[in-house]
Design a protein around this ligand. Structure first.
Ligand code: CTP
Ligand code: ZN
Length: 157
């Protein structure tokens, strides 16, 4: 069955396609989309894909997401493509690109890190030292964060 029969095409907005199967909720979480914003969001999980076997898709109507907003989803969806849709046509298509720095999305796993101190207003900040496999290093204490830890932290949406 074609994906079109599962979720309809959108008139204007952003389609995040080729998300690894099962990761759509984590993508929404990274984007900070809760549904309370009011615009229409549709999502399919575990649909058939020629390239990936199975994939997830997220469609956000009425909002064109900027590269900056979207690139951080590469943490959990490095295969994702971003399609900007205007008047039903895809006018722009690009792959996500993990930024060199990740701020405020995941926490440092070192309990003694200043970013975990209860009264400090220091936001976690990581440098990407490996993309495949994903590996981050805390800019404050040097602790590493692995792909598994990133995925685990973003679970439970
Ligand atoms: N899409 C949509 N609404 C539109 C146009 C496209 O929801 N008005 C979705 C399609 O369903 C698809 C994605 O946006 O999931 C990309 O569309 P398109 O480039 O037409 O599809 P493909 O050529 O299959 O994309 P790719 O080559 O990236 O796999
Ligand atoms: Zn740290």
């Amino acid at each position: 069955m074609s994906e079109e029969l599962v979720v309809r095409r959108i008139s204007n907005g952003t389609v995040i396609d080729h998300i690894p199967a099962g990761r759509a909720l984590k993508v929404l979480r990274i984007l900070g989309i809760t549904g309370e914003e009011g615009y229409m969001v549709s999502m399919v999980m575990n649909v058939y894909s020629k390239k990936l076997g199975k994939k997830d898709i997220v469609k956000v109507e009425g909002r064109e997401l900027s590269s900056e907003e979207v690139n951080k989803i590469a943490l959990v969806a490095p295969t994702a493509t971003i399609n900007i849709v205007r008047d039903y046509e895809v006018v722009e298509k690009r792959k996500v690109e993990l930024p060199d720095k990740i701020e405020g999305i995941v926490r440092c796993v070192n309990p003694k890190c200043v970013t975990n101190a209860p009264r400090e207003a220091v936001h976690p900040s990581f440098r990407v030292i490996s993309r495949k496999p994903l590996k981050l290093v805390c800019e404050y204490c040097g602790e590493y964060l692995t792909e598994e830890e990133v995925i685990a932290q973003l679970a439970g949406t």
